[in-house]
Ligand binder design. Structure first.
Ligand code: HEM
Ligand code: HEM
Length: 142
């Protein structure tokens, strides 16, 4: 169970980062090219959102079965940078990142002007992506 979840989480991480980055690039290029928000634009944002939500759900499960997750919270973990990353910083920052992506999708959905839709995606997905990249355990991944 633990090993399977960990591998799944490790693979879906590529999808999340790539699809969210793709949505940001598409939004920025569409803004600068003054292009309309198409069904394809919505799909790019949706794929990023779905990947992020799947990762959130399974990341939460992983957090409670991994020896590096919740069970390691407290005690000596806070004094060790790598242990603190897995038990606290990574999960917290990723939840914030996924929340920003969700807000971005939701705002883009509600906006009536195409420029506002693209701006919501560019900013919320963009900042969410930077936060997620800041707490990827780069010492063991990719
Ligand atoms: C949404 C964006 C996320 C990305 C891109 C991401 C990425 C990663 C990566 C690349 C690893 C290292 C995997 C490996 O060792 O091969 C990892 C580990 C881990 N992640 Fe995430 N993660 C995300 C969200 C979350 C969330 C929301 C949680 C929990 C609430 C979480 C909990 C964990 C835990 C506990 C580990 C350590 C597993 C272990 O080594 O035992 N992650 N994550
Ligand atoms: C911890 C688990 C999850 C939480 C807390 C969560 C939360 C949310 C929230 C708050 C929204 C609303 C966004 C809006 O305003 O439109 C949303 C939308 C969505 N979620 Fe999740 N989600 C989770 C897991 C999943 C999973 C596992 C999937 C896919 C397999 C998924 C797919 C979607 C999709 C497709 C939408 C957009 C629906 C639309 O077109 O408006 N979510 N989610």
């Amino acid at each position: 169970m633990y090993t399977g979840l960990k591998h799944f989480h490790s693979y879906v991480a590529y999808l999340v980062l790539l699809l969210v980055a793709f949505a940001v690039v598409h939004a920025v290029l569409s803004l600068s090219g003054k292009r309309p928000f198409t069904a394809q634009s919505r799909k790019y944002a949706l794929f990023g959102l779905i990947a992020a939500h799947v990762q959130l759900l399974f990341g939460l499960l992983l957090y409670f079965v991994s020896p590096a997750g919740f069970s390691n919270l407290g005690g000596g973990a806070m004094g060790d940078a790598v242990q603190r990353l897995y038990a606290l910083e990574h999960p917290l920052m990723m939840v914030i990142g996924v929340t920003l992506v969700t807000i971005g999708f939701s705002r883009a959905k509600r906006a009536t002007e195409d420029v506002r839709k693209f701006k919501a995606i560019a900013w919320y997905y963009g900042i969410g992506l930077v936060l997620m990249l800041s707490r990827v355990p780069w010492q063991v991944w990719p």
